[in-house]
Design a protein around this ligand. Structure first.
Ligand SMILES: *Cc1c(COP(=O)(O)O)cnc(C)c1O
Length: 399
């Protein structure tokens, strides 16, 4: 006989996305309320004092916490199956907060080389100015991880699939090596989304999202997410860091992201199916040198992708003939797909990483990451895949 699941922790992900964390006000609204308030009022100075002493759980100031932001954090926490969640003003604020709360002068971080360029900046340029030693490895090569982690290390940072080369890193194997060296593992899970990969179950300690991407997914807001099971990290490090440095998520953006979560499962499922169809199509076209999509058997880590991800996700990268000139002809040829460096959107977006998202890297750094002049990144949206294929077919003819 079916039992009534009144405890929201028992709900399955599709249900969590719609109802997880919902706290209705005295007005019994259907949709989540948007609490646009910076502060909160107290009935007496005694109450204010008690609240600031920590003697009463309540909202004090929206830099620390806000009811709409709290609903988003609870929904994300239940979805990921994590003990804690904090959201931030952008994905990069989440990345920086997670790193700044782990590392101090004299510490050591090992990271995969294929990184989003702002993550690359923080790890290879900003952290070293604080006296933190940063080592980059080829994320797909477990021997390089083992060698780098053969000495005591404090943090490991990796992105899988990576942006934009879609490398797949073995989260379970790297987490084991990291833990043996004393490091905690931070996974940037933006490309996989919470729907397709669960790094905490594979051994990671902290998961990061840019909710700007699939979680909002409709191009409206910036946001970041930090999830973990580590009580000490949250209470002793992240909460004071966020409270005093202020990379806080805004209630309005949190509300957009809450509404985005309600359709996340269906969007990611359909966008991934569209991406697979477009990837198959691209692999049959002339003018394309190679295609990288974790859901295609031709991907160098197809088997690993299949093990740790539920599908190939929504992003395809491919090398066109003719280098930069060929790539620009393709981008100038598309009529439906938009040229944009964003991703994870319902609208299909195409970009040339070497001259945009990864422009700030040196040519040799780009070469080491596999970002050639002919590389294109395509974020596949919710349009009819027939129209997307038509658009690409026409544009490829321009090369
Ligand atoms: C976009 C992105 C980020 C940064 O997120 P923002 O919301 O733009 O600050 C970090 N990592 C990856 C993999 C991204 O794609």
């Amino acid at each position: 006989m079916a039992t009534k699941k009144s405890d929201s922790r028992d709900w399955l992900p599709a249900t969590q996305l719609i109802r997880g964390g919902l706290e209705r006000s005295q007005f019994d609204e259907t949709s989540e309320a948007l609490y646009m308030t910076s502060g909160y009022v107290y009935s007496s100075p005694e109450e204010a004092q008690l609240a600031f002493e920590g003697g009463k759980e309540r909202f004090l100031y929206s830099r620390y916490a806000n009811p709409t932001v709290a609903m988003l954090e609870e929904r994300l926490r239940l979805l990921e199956g994590a003990r804690h969640c904090k959201t931030t003003a952008s994905g990069m604020a989440a990345v920086f907060a997670a790193l700044a709360c782990q590392l101090k002068t004299g510490d050591r971080i090992v990271a995969s080389r294929a990184l989003f360029s702002s993550c690359h900046y923080i790890i290879t340029e900003l952290l070293p100015t604080y006296g933190i030693n940063a080592i980059l490895v080829d994320g797909t090569d477990l021997d390089q991880w083992a060698k780098a982690l053969s000495q005591p290390t404090n943090a490991v940072f990796l992105e899988t699939p990576s942006n934009p080369t879609l490398e797949i890193i073995d989260i379970r194997a790297v987490s084991e090596l990291a833990h043996n060296s004393g490091a905690s593992v931070i996974v940037d899970n933006v490309f996989a989304t919470p729907m397709l990969q669960n790094p905490l179950n594979l051994g990671a300690d902290i998961v990061i999202y840019s909710s700007t991407k699939h979680i909002d997914g409709q191009g409206r807001s910036m946001g970041g997410v930090i999830l973990t099971n580590d009580d000490d990290f949250i209470e002793d490090k992240l909460k004071p860091f966020m409270r005093h440095t202020g990379p806080t998520n805004s209630p309005f953006n949190a509300w957009l992201q809450l509404k985005g979560l309600e359709t996340l499962a269906v969007r990611v499922e359909k966008m991934s199916a569209n991406a697979l169809e477009v990837a198959h199509f691209l692999s049959q076209q002339n003018n394309i040198e190679s295609i990288l999509y974790p859901g295609l058997e031709s991907h160098p880590q197809f088997r690993l992708a299949k093990q740790q991800m539920k599908s190939g996700s929504t992003i395809i990268s491919f090398h066109v003939q003719g280098g930069r000139e060929g790539a620009f002809k393709l981008l100038n040829g598309v009529r439906l797909i938009d040229i944009s460096n964003n991703l994870g959107d319902t609208k299909s977006l195409i970009t040339h990483p070497a001259t945009t998202t990864h422009q700030s890297l040196s040519e040799s750094e780009r070469a080491q990451m596999g970002i050639g002049d002919g590389l294109i990144r395509l974020s596949v949206g919710l349009e009819d895949p027939e129209d997307l294929k038509d658009d690409l077919k026409f544009a490829l003819g321009e090369i």
